[in-house]
Design a protein around this ligand. Sequence first.
Ligand SMILES: *Cc1c(COP(=O)(O)O)cnc(C)c1O
Length: 245
Amino acid sequence: MLIGPQNSPVERALAANLQAVRAQIAAAAAAAHSSAVSVTLVAVSKGHGAEMVRAAAACGVSDFGESYLQEALPKIQALRDLALTWHFIGRIQANKTRPIAEQFDWVHGVDRLRTAERLSAQRPHYAAPLQVCLQVNIGAESGKAGVEPALAAELAAAVRALPRLQLRGLMCILPAGQSEQDNRRAFCALRLLLLQINARGGTLDTLSMGMSADFRAAILEGATLVRVGTAIFGPRQPARGAQAG
Ligand SMILES: *Cc1c(COP(=O)(O)O)cnc(C)c1O
């Protein structure tokens, strides 16, 4: 959309934020001897209403990330008239896989076979295969989500065999507040893990890593998909019923 005085201040701020994020993606991609078109921007819209998603879509964003089903499902419904790609990036509860399998295009947080099997079984036959990234516990924080790096190849092989899923890559969420150096080391480790899996017959093409605070570092280490919320939409409301999924 053409951004001008006819737009609300919120829309103008959104357009300016998007322009800045895209410029930073392009600069980081250039520094990594890559191309900005090889980095998919997923705008993380959790905590913001459907009208903000609509405004971002009008600025050319096609991919949106959501973490909480309760919040995401009505939003997806309200925006059915737009051709958007929806990414589920939250924790996956075993008893909540069906709406994910039915309503989303991508799932980034798969970290156990049981979840993958349910998603595959529940993916509707009229839809394209569900695009999947395995979440890896690359920061090695005990208690955090994600498959252990040493077990990722085995999980990848099992997920690859499921008929209604297409395994696309690996995803990580780093602990907040780490040094840039620690972040880069972790992102690099995820990329090496992907290369290892591909060397053993995998065909992974997606490294889902980097959020508002660290997407430049992630792109320097080879991210092909970044999940950016705050830097685009500004601060969000604390998640209502965050634990309810
Ligand atoms: C919320 C969230 C993001 C976006 O975080 P920002 O810091 O707002 O950019 C990215 N990835 C995941 C998994 C998230 O939960």
